[in-house]
Design a protein around this ligand. Structure first.
Ligand code: MG
Length: 381
């Protein structure tokens, strides 16, 4: 039997905040449409994409960039149903089974797609579905709320498989009436639909959060590393503050803020991991707001910036290089202060103190330096 796929990719990514097709969005560095087409190719003889006509050249370019191509393009309509109807007209004469898929579902596995094909051949249709785990409420126009019986509900996905002849007949029956999936078009025509088990990972990209979920499921882009480094000069008449802990010593670090090298190195590592700049860009030493500032406050501000960009700190490891004073007694306090400011457990924060055996500016007591490595995690929920 000749098996073809129809991919609906004509929708605008309004809720995704993109003007172009959301299927162009990279998921783990690969455009969603390329992932969807590559998976379908494993079980289909040909693939027709329903796209907005002015976007066809971009689809061709994006697919080619991943070594993929479509076997045909159909002009997409203003609704999903119009787009699929248009693509059904473009299938070759010998096509008997059609899989209708959403271009914004990049994670359907080849195993699922092959199963949809074989179940369609055996039962005339195959619709991937999952039990509903949330309790679903029905809200009437009047505001009255009723609870639906979860046992009777299923969440359905794509690709949905059909015998082409039957799906075309169902589309004839549907006329201009709109449905949200092709199984519903079949149901309206009084034709049975056969449900098969879907995949929890086969999510549809609707918002940016879905892209992050998809990447997390691929184990990609989930965690990123950054590096930070800082030096301040030791001077008379200044307090010594390291990683938020005030340490008794005859001199302290010179700087516009409290000159906490440990905290500054951690901030730079976190900002670096998220590619969000550095201490100097966010807390410039020309700004009087940061004169004598507590650097843990700056660290909290940096963490807030991460959150605003969909990230959170994962861990941090900082090494402070100082000949004197002896820092070991303060290490646990430093870990506690940093972890509080970062909003992560102290078990995720490491502080180490080193000397240079008298070598270099740290060894001569001219200054103190700090190195930090930190990870940030893309927030999935
Ligand atoms: Mg500094």
């Amino acid at each position: 039997m000749s098996v073809w796929a129809v991919v609906a990719a004509a929708g605008a990514g309004t809720r995704m905040g993109t003007q172009h097709s959301k299927t162009f969005l990279p998921v783990g560095g690969v455009p969603a449409i390329c992932r969807a087409v590559a998976a379908l190719r494993s079980a289909c003889d040909g693939i027709v994409l329903a796209v907005q006509p002015d976007e066809q050249p971009e689809f061709e370019r994006v697919l080619a960039s991943c070594g993929q191509r479509a076997d045909g393009y159909a002009p997409g309509g203003s609704t999903r149903q119009q787009s699929v109807r248009s693509a059904l007209q473009c299938l070759p004469r010998d096509c008997q089974v059609v899989l209708v898929h959403d271009g914004a579902r990049p994670l359907a596995s080849t195993e699922l797609i092959r199963r949809i094909v074989s179940e369609t051949m055996a039962h005339g249709s195959a619709i991937p579905a999952l039990p509903v785990t949330d309790t679903i409420k029905q809200v009437a126009d009047t505001g009255d709320v009723t609870t639906l019986d979860r046992q009777c509900l299923r969440a359905v996905q794509t690709p949905q498989g059909f015998l082409l002849e039957r799906l075309r007949a169902a589309y004839e029956r549907a006329g201009e009436r709109q449905f949200t999936d092709d199984a519903a078009v079949m149901e309206h025509a009084g034709m049975p639909v056969h449900l098969v088990e879907g995949e929890p990972g086969n999510i549809k990209l609707t918002t940016q959060m879905d892209v992050r979920r998809a990447e997390a499921m691929l184990g990609m882009g989930a965690s990123r590393a950054g590096i930070g480094f800082d030096v301040h000069r030791l001077a008379e008449g200044r307090p010594l503050v390291l990683c938020g802990v005030r340490i008794p010593f005859e001199r302290g670090l010179l700087g516009h803020s409290d000159a906490d090298v440990g905290a500054h190195a951690v901030i730079d590592a976190l900002l670096g991991a998220a590619a969000l700049g550095d201490v100097g860009t966010h807390f410039p030493d020309t700004d009087d707001r940061y004169l004598g500032a507590d650097s843990l406050r700056l660290l909290r501000d940096a963490v807030r910036l991460l959150h605003e960009n969909g990230c959170r700190p994962g861990n941090a490891d900082v090494t402070i290089v100082a000949q004197r004073p002896r820092l070991q007694p303060y290490v646990q306090d430093m870990r506690a202060r940093l972890s509080q400011a970062m909003g992560i457990p102290a078990s995720c924060v490491s502080v180490k103190a080193k000397t240079t055996e008298g070598l270099g500016f740290e060894g001569a007591g001219e200054g103190i330096s700090a190195y930090a490595v930190a990870s940030v995690v893309r927030a999935v929920v």
